[in-house]
Design a protein around this ligand. Structure first.
Ligand SMILES: C[S@@+](CC[C@H](N)C(=O)[O-])C[C@H]1O[C@@H](n2cnc3c(N)ncnc32)[C@H](O)[C@@H]1O
Length: 219
């Protein structure tokens, strides 16, 4: 797994980074610490251009209240939280105390400890415990791929009208178009992509950023 956008030559990817908003020192340090402590997991983080894009989506949408499914070491949470309107909140859900302890320390360093709330436990349960009423302007799904449809179904009724749902890895590293790829994760993404496209409560587009990023707008 890499943190780059799929199917760009290394040269074009370098060019993209060189002509996009640079990533700050705090995020660079977070990537370095994640690489050092969890070297075989660093590919779980979203890439720099995706982080910048997601922060800008939050800003452009004027989002105030957000939820994230899949914290890991906190990179995407920092990007989302930085894009929220003043007084904004981000509920970030994960299972791992070890990975999210890194997240918490970087949220503190970023001055975002009051903005981001971490909820440890199965994210589906966390969502189901929230009142089923519109409360979020922005959601980011980036956890177990088999669960994407369930997360979507719990999120849509909790989104304010016009709210944005982002879902990561919707290309499944290109495996979505490989008939030989039949793992539960790939099948989960294939089913999710059909589900999101056909759900009349929202409109969705897959963007070729990172490993495929679905951007959906709830009507
Ligand atoms: C791809 S990583 C998230 C990366 C993160 N968004 C970032 O950019 O750094 C997926 C995360 O989902 C978490 N996860 C997997 N299954 C989960 C579940 N059922 N409930 C909550 N979190 C889960 C994992 O512990 C892992 O940290």
């Amino acid at each position: 797994m890499t943190r780059t956008s799929e199917n760009l030559s290394p040269e074009l990817y370098e060019y993209l980074l060189a002509h996009s908003e640079p990533v700050d020192e705090l995020l660079r340090d977070l990537v370095a610490e994640t690489e050092q402590r969890f070297p075989d997991r660093v590919g779980l983080q979203i890439g720099p251009e995706q982080g910048t894009f997601m922060r800008m989506v939050a800003q452009l949408a004027g989002a105030r209240d957000a939820v994230e499914i899949g914290t890991f070491t906190g990179y995407s949470a920092i990007c989302l939280a930085r894009g929220l309107a003043p007084g904004g909140t981000l509920l970030s859900c994960d299972l791992s105390e070890e990975w999210t302890s890194v997240a918490r320390s970087y949220w503190q360093r970023a001055g975002l400890s009051d903005t981001i709330t971490l909820r440890l436990g199965p994210a589906l349960q966390t969502l189901r415990e929230l009142d089923r009423e519109p409360r979020f302007d922005l959601a980011f799904i980036d956890a177990d791929k088999e669960g994407y449809i369930d997360y979507w179904e719990e999120l849509v009724p909790r989104m304010r009208s016009g709210g944005t749902i982002l879902a990561d890895n919707t290309f499944s590293h290109g495996r979505v178009i490989d008939p030989a790829a039949t793992s539960p994760a790939v099948e989960g993404i294939r089913k999710f992509n059909v589900h999101a496209r056909d759900d009349g409560r929202a409109e969705a587009v897959i963007l070729p950023i990172g490993d495929g990023l679905t951007l959906a707008r709830v009507r």
